[in-house]
Design a protein around this ligand. Structure first.
Ligand SMILES: [Mg+2]
Length: 117
């Protein structure tokens, strides 16, 4: 199968994500981290991307191509942080759904998920 630009970008970005996970491996697994805490962290990390991007905007001259040495790498790392936190949320939710001893029946009454088994 031919590699598309989309595949290339996704594979490259996945490698950035793995690199960030390796750097933070001392923090351990995310399996027990509260979902809403992770959601808060997602916003915090997105803010860090914004903080880096702000350096790109010059107050008078429009954009700076490279505001300071290493800027592009910092933006990429912060983007990988955002993606990793989103991945953690998705992974934890996926594991909730695959837990054998809980079977959820999503009722249409608007009451939300209900444990049935
Ligand atoms: Mg960060």
């Amino acid at each position: 199968m031919e590699t598309t630009n989309e595949q290339t970008a996704v594979e490259w970005f996945a490698a950035q994500m793995e690199q960030e996970l390796d750097i933070n491996s001392d923090k351990g697994s995310w399996g027990d981290i509260d979902l809403m805490w992770l959601f808060s962290k997602l916003g915090e990390e997105a803010g860090e991307v914004g903080g880096e991007l702000n350096a790109y905007v010059h107050p008078r001259n429009g954009y700076n191509f490279e505001p300071y040495p290493g800027w592009t790498e910092r933006v990429i790392r912060e983007c990988a942080d955002v993606a990793n936190v989103a991945m953690m949320i998705a992974d934890n939710v996926r594991n909730l759904l695959s837990t054998d001893d809980l079977v959820f029946d999503v009722v249409e009454s608007g009451e939300g998920p209900r444990e049935v088994g």
